[in-house]
Design a protein around this ligand. Structure first.
Ligand code: SAM
Length: 214
């Protein structure tokens, strides 16, 4: 998702109390509980877009700390605006490329990872940029608690098939897997729709989901 570049969005983000300052990010590993001021579990969403999913999750689960990660300032700004309207103590944002994720969290510091409707990067030569690729799974392996899990949803069947094929070589396996989440009553329990999920399911696209662990 790339919104029109909003003039001054980087400056607005730099001033926002909801965003961890970029200059401090690499000092964060091992200090997230201090940043939140409590010992609650930490769940992160990578590529959160405008942040509806993570904002709803944080509101519904006040005993979990959430961190939303987004590459583009103009997109992150929308999530910040939502927080200004409805401030939550257990939600923070980071503007960064997730390639550097292992520099921001200590080993095992994250309890759960969410990927929602990640960019497909359809060209083979860009496969490494896909957030469920084996290269990214290796990064998640470093920061996720040994018994932690990663949840991924998408309507893009090619991307999902790719993601499933990446699991075994990367040392992960699926605990749950559905090619039509919205017709799976059990997996739908507590499902929070993302912006993209609402749009693509309304068009009739089946939504795929897996929950994976090592
Ligand atoms: N998760 C939201 C949803 O389901 O509605 C947004 C989906 S949108 C297709 C993917 C988002 O991931 C975009 O906002 C994009 O900027 C972000 N993104 C893609 N690659 C990223 C990366 N390497 N690091 C951080 N964010 C990334």
């Amino acid at each position: 998702m790339r919104l029109r570049n909003i003039t001054g969005s980087r400056e607005m983000i730099a001033e926002s109390a909801f965003v961890v300052p970029e200059a401090e990010l690499f000092d964060c590993p091992g200090t997230w509980h201090k940043i939140f001021g409590n010992d609650q579990p930490i769940h992160i969403e990578i590529g959160m877009g405008k942040g509806r999913f993570i904002h709803t999750m944080a509101k519904d689960h006040p005993r979990i700390n959430y961190i939303g990660i987004e590459k583009y300032s103009s997109v992150l700004l929308r999530a910040i605006q939502k927080m200004e309207e409805d401030e939550l103590p257990n939600l923070k944002f980071i503007r960064m490329d997730a390639e550097d994720i292992a520099k921001v969290f200590a080993p095992g510091e994250v309890d759960r990872i969410y990927l929602n409707f990640s960019d497909p990067w359809p060209k083979d030569r860009h496969a490494k940029r896909r957030l469920p690729s084996r290269e990214f799974l290796a990064r998640y392996d470093l920061i996720l608690r040994p018994d932690g899990q990663l949840e991924f949803k998408t309507d893009n069947r090619e991307l999902f098939d790719f993601a499933v094929e990446e699991l075994t070589p990367a040392g992960w396996h699926a605990r749950e897997l559905s090619y039509d989440l919205h017709h799976d009553q059990r997996l739908m329990e507590g499902n929070v729709m993302t912006e993209y999920e609402e749009k693509f399911s309304a068009m009739g696209n089946p939504i795929c989901k897996y929950i994976i662990c090592r």
